[in-house]
Ligand binder design. Structure first.
Ligand SMILES: C[S@@+](CC[C@H](N)C(=O)[O-])C[C@H]1O[C@@H](n2cnc3c(N)ncnc32)[C@H](O)[C@@H]1O
Length: 347
């Protein structure tokens, strides 16, 4: 290896190590006053009698949560033709390739169905844990290129691995054509450190902010809820709620990462199940069963029920903090992904 190549390699390597370190550090997500502790319980280490007790407790009390799961699989051929004509090739819309595209289309269409997306240029789409921002790209197409986009992720993505360039290009074209001021911004930041007010032009507030995400893992959802509620309160405190709408549509995943300290609504679940924090932490770990292949197994059923209970608690929390409606919706068939649930909140 030549001296220059070695130098470049070491620089790259150093950056990689730094990225890994940053990732590990920012895993210590903290929601004041909640304290982050990693849920490192292994399912195999949970005593059998605790699993039996939790199973009994969940089965006996599940009805009390009054959970209704709306089914809204909005990615039929007709829908794709109407809102996404000529966007995807036949190959993209068949087999495994279609998995992400159908999820993204269905999230957009669910937002549209509930009028979370307005037929104006007021939409500001905030994608939390955006990764490559593919979901934002879908929303932009659905909004006929007439929307602004804020992308949030704590990981830095290389340009070739993200859709920012494509989104920006469409924004530029549309701004020029329609004399508008839509914008795109990406912030490489941990959700726990973001402040929505930094991204919004405060003087001209007249916006429809839609918080979106596809597969926002465990605790990142709880951090997001805090930030969304904080923005919602800001609108109320400054009497801006008449001209500014805000809503939430997020596909949840990886509930097993949560624990009694980071989860937003332990008290709600405790009141119904009458369980201790320790039992709750064990219960959370059982959600891993909710993504098992065998959907007929008792383990799958229990894991899925607990996931629904956790998402219902999130809905209740959003309602307790200002959203009139909060619901759980199945948005994609489980053959595409077992993580097929949306939490939607709006006024
Ligand atoms: C499962 S990936 C999903 C990525 C993308 N939404 C998709 O569907 O392809 C979760 C993303 O959330 C980001 N993330 C997780 N926790 C975060 C946090 N606390 N703050 C910011 N981003 C976070 C990760 O870096 C990752 O890009």
């Amino acid at each position: 290896m030549g001296e220059n190549t070695l130098k470049k390699h070491l620089e790259k390597c150093q950056k990689f190590v730094q990225r890994k370190r940053i990732k590990l550090i920012s895993d210590d997500n903290i929601i004041t006053p909640r304290i982050w502790q990693k849920n490192d319980i292994k399912i195999n280490d949970i005593p059998k009698e605790i699993i039996e007790k939790l199973k009994k407790t969940v089965n006996e009390n599940y009805e009390k949560f009054n959970i209704t799961i709306g089914k809204s699989l909005l990615y039929t051929e007709e829908i794709v033709k109407k809102d996404f004509e000529n966007v995807y090739s036949k190959e993209q819309l068949s087999g495994k390739n279609s998995k992400n595209i159908f999820q993204e289309i269905s999230i957009f269409e669910n937002a549209k169905k509930l009028n979370l997306i307005l037929n104006t240029n007021k939409n500001i789409i905030v994608e939390l844990g955006c990764g490559a921002a593919e979901l934002s790209k879908t929303f932009q197409i659905g909004c006929k290129n007439d929307s602004s986009h804020i992308l949030i992720d704590r990981m830095k993505y290389a340009s070739k691995n993200k859709f920012d360039g494509q989104i920006q290009e469409k924004i530029n074209e549309s701004n020029e054509k329609n004399n508008e001021t839509n914008y795109l911004m990406r912030d490489v930041i941990d959700i726990k450190n973001m402040d929505m007010k930094n991204y919004i032009n405060k003087e001209k507030e007249n916006n429809n902010v839609v918080f979106i995400s596809k597969h926002l893992c465990g605790n990142a959802f709880e951090l997001s809820i805090e930030k969304i509620i904080s923005y919602h309160n800001y609108l109320l405190e400054n009497k801006l709620e008449k001209n500014n709408k805000d809503s939430v549509i997020i596909a949840t995943c990886c509930h097993y990462l949560l624990n009694s300290n980071t989860y937003c609504n332990f008290d709600y679940i405790k009141d119904i199940l009458n369980i201790t924090k320790e039992e709750f932490d064990y219960m959370i770990r059982l959600t891993s069963w909710g993504t098992l292949k065998d959907m007929q197994s008792e383990h799958f059923k229990l894991g899925k029920q607990i996931k629904y209970i956790l998402d219902k608690g999130r809905c209740e929390y959003l309602k307790q903090h200002g959203f009139k409606n909060a619901e759980i919706v199945e948005y994609i068939d489980s053959t595409y992904t077992k993580e097929n649930t949306l939490v939607i909140a709006y006024n």
